[in-house]
Ligand binder design. Structure first.
Ligand code: GLU
Length: 297
């Protein structure tokens, strides 16, 4: 079976150097491993994602010399797939409705912090763990509020989820030299995180797990900024009975300084770099790829 890689940008702005690195690394891996390279448009955020950014993604990636399989999967066309996966989670009793506003949550946390005198724990993204305020709501009352049209999210009940899928939550990391190592995921550090947002019938975590499975992704290559999210994805895969791909999380790249990569707060868009006259071959070389684009298919 051929390995399958994917690059999965969100069309909510122009691609920057970090995206270029991630896309090239995926394509480079696919070439080394004799695999396939897919592109997925992660546009569940219907207010921030725009068609002109999607068009710019195709333009920038083509300029970089990349080819990907068509048709491209666009998440906004597959809400039914996410609904079906969510129904499974509901059936398994590992999600609950949450009617709390940000203010309610902040107040509950401030209260607990005052009681204990200790800072409230945070998830790997730095957000305070959900204090469980709505979990105490009786299911009938929650149903009534929902029927009355009260906006709500759905959160994973981490305790129930871990009781159903206690693990060990093991996955495989791979590197560019072909090395592999087994790793343990710790989903509990995410707490009762949001699985269905208020504004769209899915979330990043749910859609990515569903799509990776539906597209037969065997190797996920993405930035270290998403490394901790993998812990949650492994749990969702276990709960949904989906296969777990292998993972590689690369260092983040933000700008080019001379021949060296350096981290900075400002990320240069490919558009800006192209306007400065940098060529695609030069950019690939500076990012460390001896990668030769395959001919157009
Ligand atoms: N859409 C995500 C992003 O643009 C990447 C998702 C992933 O690779 O899992 O950051």
């Amino acid at each position: 079976m051929k390995p399958v890689f994917r690059f999965a940008p969100s069309p909510n702005g122009r691609l920057h150097l970090g995206h270029a690195y991630s896309a090239l690394l995926n394509a480079d891996f696919a070439q080394r491993f004799g695999g396939r390279f897919l592109l997925r448009i992660e546009d569940i955020d219907l207010t921030r994602c725009r068609p002109e950014f999607e068009a710019a993604i195709y333009d920038d990636l083509t300029w970089l010399g990349l080819n990907w399989e068509k048709p491209v999967r666009r998440q906004s066309e597959h809400f039914d797939d996410y609904r079906a996966a969510f129904a499974k989670l509901r059936e398994r009793g590992v999600v609950y409705r949450c009617f709390c506003s940000r203010k309610d949550i902040a107040e509950a946390i401030a209260c607990r912090e005052a009681e204990t005198g200790r800072p409230w724990p945070r998830d790997p993204d730095g957000a305070a763990l959900y204090p469980g305020t709505c979990k105490a709501l009786e299911p009938e009352k929650a149903e009534r509020l929902a029927l009355a049209g009260r906006p709500h999210t759905w959160r994973i009940d981490m305790t129930a989820a871990l009781a159903l899928a206690p693990g060990p939550h093991v996955f495989t990391r791979f590197d560019r030299a072909g090395g592999e190592e087994a790793c343990h995921a710790d989903p509990s550090r995410w707490g009762d995180t949001v699985i269905i947002r208020k504004d769209v019938p899915t979330s990043y975590h749910l859609s990515v797990v569903v799509d990776d499975a539906l597209q037969g992704i065997t190797h996920v290559v993405r930035g270290k900024d998403l490394e901790a999210a993998t812990d949650l994805h492994i749990l969702l895969q276990a709960l949904l009975g989906l296969p777990t791909p292998r993972y590689h999380h690369h260092d983040l790249v933000r700008d080019l300084s001379g021949d060296k990569l350096a981290k900075s707060r400002r990320s240069e868009s490919l558009l800006e770099l192209r306007a400065q006259g940098i060529g695609a071959a030069e950019l690939r070389r500076r990012l460390g790829f001896s990668f030769h684009p395959s001919p157009s298919t």
